[in-house]
Design a protein around this ligand. Sequence first.
Ligand SMILES: [Zn+2]
Length: 222
Amino acid sequence: MSTELRNISFHGIGTPNGPEREPGEHRYWVTEQAFLDVLDECAKHPQVRLSFDDGNASDVTIALPALAERGLTADFFPIADRIGDPESVNEDGLRALTAAGMTVGTHGAGHRPWTSALAAHHDAELRTARTRIAEATGRPVDTAACPFGAYDRHVLKALRAAGYRTVFTSDARPAREGAWLQPRYSVEAQDTAETVRTRMLTPRSLSGRMVDRGVLTMKAWR
Ligand SMILES: [Zn+2]
């Protein structure tokens, strides 16, 4: 049986510079101190895998040095159309991430939910964005994180057809090592090391595991 993992995802760290880019975005920003506390907690749990969505500038200014200091690695999922804008990671930053052993995947082109965006923007979201990020990092991109955690069977089929090796969602459930679809827990503004431990790192009961499996199967086949 494969190892159970806990994928934990962050968005912005510190204080956002401007208004929300999407309604509710600031709910996912954490203070630098909360981030460091949560990171120290995560470092104690070998089953944790870390990721960072949206390509905020704090990926490089705050997360990268904190990860390196702790000997941790993570997956980063920037938004292709935002690379180099004033609030976001730029090409030098993306190269600094890969040079430090981090993996850079794609979070699409324009931060649109793929459940509705792929009909009109399939190529931009799944192909052009991936090429743009790969050119910026100088590495192939073979992992994707669904914007807003939104997916259905059509999205998953499109991602499989595009050849992505691993796809990350935001289903707040444990994951299996090596599985193509990786549910993640999202750290939110009010989280602390304590809430992350109780909400994301406690062992699941047998009945909880059965619910996890049922819910994820249902979501993938909607
Ligand atoms: Zn996002």
